[in-house]
Write a protein that binds this ligand. Structure first.
Ligand code: ADP
Length: 386
């Protein structure tokens, strides 16, 4: 198949920042790309050959969009899967497959899948609704503390809550959920796996998330993780196993916990480019976005090694500011060597909204980490008026 400067059309469901960064690669290769997103303010509204506005959860919208393209991928998991099933049944290649997406969209099904495939994960129980969970707590079938997770539509931690007492059960939404054993982890790690339809497979180095000591927010994604080589190998092997088990085509970001005694437990996966791989644009030989394209198009996978140490800092909207965004001190951080901001193209900031990220690259990890802290302490995402 000739994808380059041809009539071939790639479709992307979702037009957020991940889509925007995929489009940088489709532009590079001159591959025609169509995008569907529900907002005409979407970061991917530019850079595609055609941008369609419509709901990703609506059968007809997704089905009709799929009919316009030769291959379909996603940059967000919450899309209408019945439409994808139908398109696939009619012969359209859809990567990742709707079957995989169905497993991943529901955290209960996803966890069951790990258990069935002998992939290490923390023990869990599934509940159809809040009452079923409460009954299980009352009868001590579930012991506190545990981690409550909404089975569907959780995002960036908003569908996750630690339940320490029955009081914590009061405000939980009445939805299908899981109760997971709490993992006293010492590190959160992630490995991005690129796997193509032919079965060719490559992994990016293990990355580590460094948390703010009090706020419990990820502050830095660090590549490579500052962990023992043996632990890194274990995490990589498990990530490969997960990708193979899903028979995955495209990128799969595997999020894991490293426990106190260096066990690796899979937390969850994302079947697409991932926040934990943004550093790769500057630090790797081949960015995660390019390798996602290579994988779904069954092209040779690019080198996933790093050229230099890479650290990523998310740019999220500062608390207390809403409206037309201003990136305070962006020029100051750009004056530092090896610092590159990525601005997603959202005009309005809101507290904690993901507005962009900054990558720091350096030959030396200690130096990179120092600069990352300077970046973090300098730049602020605020608005013109409070
Ligand atoms: P989301 O899909 O919203 O990102 P996650 O399942 O990744 O949700 O959970 C968000 C965060 O909650 C994790 O990054 C981790 O810090 C914490 N967490 C999740 N599951 C557990 C667990 N079983 N034990 C301890 N902490 C957990």
């Amino acid at each position: 198949m000739n994808y380059f400067s041809s009539d071939f059309k790639l479709g992307i469901l979702g037009g957020g920042q991940l889509g925007k960064m995929i489009l940088a690669e489709t532009r590079k290769f001159d591959i025609q790309t169509y995008v569907l997103d529900s907002s005409d303010e979407a970061p991917s509204r530019f850079g595609s050959h055609a941008f369609y506005k419509g709901s990703l959860m609506d059968f007809d919208t997704v089905y009709q969009f799929g009919q316009l393209v030769d291959l379909l991928t996603i940059e967000i998991e919450n899309v209408n899967l019945d439409a994808l099933d139908q398109l696939e049944a009619e012969g359209l290649p859809v990567f990742p497959s709707p079957k995989t997406l169905r497993l991943i969209q529901n955290k209960g099904k996803q966890k069951d899948f790990y258990v069935a495939n002998h992939i290490p994960t923390s023990p869990h129980q599934r509940f159809v609704d809040l009452k079923a969970l409460r009954d299980a707590v009352t009868s001590s079938a579930v012991e506190m503390p545990f981690v409550w997770k909404s089975a569907q539509f959780g995002y960036d931690g908003n569908g996750v809550k630690i339940v320490r007492s029955t009081l914590d059960l009061i405000n939980l939404p009445d939805v299908e959920c899981i109760a997971e054993e709490m993992v006293p982890f010492k590190n959160e790690l992630a490995v991005i796996v690129a796997r193509s339809a032919s079965g060719a497979i490559k992994t990016y180095p293990v990355v580590e998330m460094e948390f703010h000591p009090e706020a419990n927010q990820v502050e830095y994604v660090i590549c490579p993780a500052r962990i023992d080589e043996k632990v890194a190998q274990k995490a990589t092997d498990i990530a490969l196993k997960v990708s193979e088990a899903f028979n995955h085509v495209g990128l799969l970001a595997v999020e894991m916990f490293q426990t106190a005694d260096d066990e690796i437990l899979v937390n969850e996966v994302a079947p697409r480019p991932h926040n934990s791989g943004h550093y790769s644009i500057e630090a790797s030989y081949t960015s995660q976005f390019e390798n996602h394209l290579r994988a779904i198009l069954n092209l040779p996978l690019g080198n996933t090694d790093s050229k230099v140490a890479g650290i990523m800092v998310n740019l999220v909207g500062e608390e207390g500011f809403s409206g037309q965004v201003v990136y305070e001190n962006i020029e100051k951080i750009m004056a530092i060597e090896g610092v590159t901001p990525h601005i997603y193209g959202k005009r309005e900031t809101r507290p904690f909204r993901k507005m962009g990220h900054v990558t720091i690259v350096n030959e030396d990890m200690t130096e990179a980490r120092k600069i990352a802290e300077e970046v973090k302490n300098s730049i602020r995402v605020i608005s013109e008026m409070k």
